[in-house]
Design a protein around this ligand. Structure first.
Ligand SMILES: C[S@@+](CC[C@H](N)C(=O)[O-])C[C@H]1O[C@@H](n2cnc3c(N)ncnc32)[C@H](O)[C@@H]1O
Length: 229
């Protein structure tokens, strides 16, 4: 059923979005599996200690399963930002959604308590320039003491093994999930491998903008929580 979510167009939905990539992303995991993964992850990142009234923005929110997971954990002041109107339209829930570029967030200064990104920064075309732009925007909209929560791919031995498996024709034939992953990586390879090739630059940018509360690198992911001064 079509979403009744409120979607605000803060910018024109530019022709940004690759239909082949989006179809693979939608095939990769069911919404239920994705929400379960997000709930577990958010708890690990400290969600149990965040105020339930916190004003939370998920940037690069895609079809909004991260927002749904936050709602299931008891948060209700939720907003999402993504460039793809097509993906935002799949969301069913109470969060307010914005079609906008995360390098220019549609929120006033010091107006939000938490900003979350799960698998979005590696889509930025230019690192470190675009990353600096997003970090500056996140700092601008967060209140002092607000948190920036990040989960992004990271080139660990586990991720190298996943890449090798997803490229293998037999694995792709036997697993819809690996097949979808292979298509996503192929379509986003330029930004994805650019992101993976710059761990030091990225960590330096994060620690230059936020006080690190938590940093964990494992299983092909960076999990980071920074506090805004
Ligand atoms: C891998 S998806 C992640 C979606 C969601 N966070 C999740 O984990 O399911 C990346 C998303 O970033 C969006 N995106 C890419 N560049 C963007 C930008 N500059 N501003 C806003 N959204 C962007 C894409 O439309 C896509 O929905």
């Amino acid at each position: 059923m079509a979403s009744a979510a409120l979607i605000i167009r803060a910018c024109e939905p530019v022709v940004c979005c690759d239909t082949v990539w989006e179809q693979a992303y939608l095939r990769f995991e069911s919404p239920e599996a994705e929400r379960k993964k997000f709930r577990r992850r958010l708890q690990r990142l400290g969600a149990h200690s965040w105020l339930r009234e916190a004003r939370i923005v998920e940037i690069f929110c895609g079809r909004g399963n991260g927002l749904a997971a936050l709602a299931e954990l008891g948060f209700h002041a939720l907003e999402g930002v993504d460039l793809s109107l097509r993906l935002l339209s799949q969301y069913e829930g109470d969060a307010k959604l914005y079609v906008a570029d995360c390098r220019q967030l549609p929120f006033p200064d010091a107006s939000r308590d938490l900003v979350i990104v799960q698998g979005g920064l590696h889509h930025l075309p230019c690192i470190p320039g675009d990353l600096a732009a997003v970090l500056a925007e996140v700092r601008r909209v967060l209140v002092p003491g607000g948190r920036f929560v990040i989960v992004e791919p990271w080139l660990t031995p586990f991720l190298r093994a996943v890449h090798a498996l997803s490229r293998h024709p037999l694995v792709r034939r036997l697993s819809r999930k690996f097949a979808a992953l292979d298509t996503m990586i192929e379509r986003e390879q330029e930004t994805y491998f650019n992101w993976l090739s710059m761990p030091d630059v990225i960590l330096q940018a994060l620690s230059g903008n936020f006080a690190t509360e938590r940093r964990r690198i494992a299983w092909g992911k960076l999990e980071y929580v920074g506090i805004c001064d």
